[in-house]
Design a protein around this ligand. Structure first.
Ligand code: CP
Length: 310
């Protein structure tokens, strides 16, 4: 079959073969960013609009660079600089953007469901750049690509995802994707930062970090998403860091070839110390580099590039 989607809303929607195809294709797109002239004409004449109604450094910049490296035109809008501040709804904004004939809208929004609603109602491609606690599919794809580059396969890999699982769209997308690709996932968090129903996710769960470390191939640390906390979920940063932070002592207990990942932004000194974040095991900047390649792949596929998915 050929790639069947105009949109990318959730890893939950993708089959194992489709994820495998995206990861395979990303290697050739990555090569473009290593050239002196980092630009190919593939999407010349296409227009990509970035609607970011939440702050972003990595996702927004890498989508913009990805589109530009494929020769698409880009323009970006953030909530603070838009008529959202005058009361205009996101869907009204989307219809107005659509009237200007974009080929693709990349959208980040603080609540779940808006990217799917746009995909259903608009004729252009829609890519979810993160919606509330729901999903961050491009992040999970770049994370899986980074792991596959390092280990050769995701099958059988032991991945620990540590921290604020409850509020993390990154955790959800990674759990869905990693399980489809045959990895074994363990979620590590205080009970207050685990979502209801996590026992149905098909993953192991641990309230303690230390026993998980020696078995993990990948330790993915998550930021505590204070902007989403509407009450006290733990007693303070120092206690959180003591029980759940990745520090030098814990890094020394990792397997010889195990790696550290973090989707960013990091809160250094809370979930991860500088020792850990800047250690030779850290793949945090590899993740950022790979974000451009994954987003080039997805823009190519969403804007008409075809590929066989067997
Ligand atoms: N990982 C991630 O989504 O980072 P940004 O919020 O900076 O885009």
């Amino acid at each position: 079959m050929t790639w069947p989607y105009k949109d990318l809303i959730a890893i939950h929607d993708l089959k194992r073969e489709e994820i495998a195809t995206i990861l395979d294709m990303a290697s050739s797109f990555k090569e473009i960013s290593k050239r002196d002239i980092k630009k190919v004409p593939t999407l010349r004449g296409k227009t990509v609009v970035l609607l970011f109604y939440e702050p972003s450094t990595r996702t927004r910049l890498s989508f913009e660079l990805a589109a530009k490296r494929l020769s698409a035109d880009t323009t970006a809008l953030s909530a603070s600089g838009s008529s959202f501040t005058k009361g205009e709804t996101i869907m009204d904004a989307a219809y107005n953007v659509m009237a200007m004939a974009p080929d693709c809208i990349v959208v980040r929004y603080p609540y779940a469901g808006i990217p799917r609603k746009m995909a259903q109602l608009l004729p252009c491609s829609v890519i979810n750049a993160g919606d509330g606690y729901h999903e961050h599919p491009t992040q999970a794809l770049l994370d899986m690509f980074t792991m596959k580059e390092r280990f050769g396969t995701l099958d059988g890999l032991r991945v620990a995802i540590v921290g604020d699982i409850m509020h993390s769209r990154v955790a959800r997308s990674n759990v869905y994707g990693l399980r489809k690709m045959g990895a074994r996932v363990v979620l590590v968090a205080p009970k207050t930062l685990l979502p209801p129903g996590v026992d149905t996710w098909g993953v192991d769960v641990s309230a303690e970090l230390d026993p998980v470390i020696p078995d993990a191939d990948v330790i993915m640390m998550l930021r505590v998403q204070k902007e989403r906390l509407n009450r006290q979920f733990f007693s303070g940063d120092r206690e959180y860091s003591f029980f759940y932070g990745l520090n030098r002592a814990r890094v020394e207990k990792m397997k010889t070839d195990a790696v550290i990942m973090h989707p960013g932004p990091m809160n250094r000194g809370v979930e991860i110390t500088c020792d850990a974040a800047d250690s030779a095991r850290s793949m945090i900047l590899d993740q950022v580099e790979n974000g451009v390649a994954i987003r080039m792949t997805l823009l190519y596929l969403s804007l008409g590039g075809s590929v066989n998915v067997d």
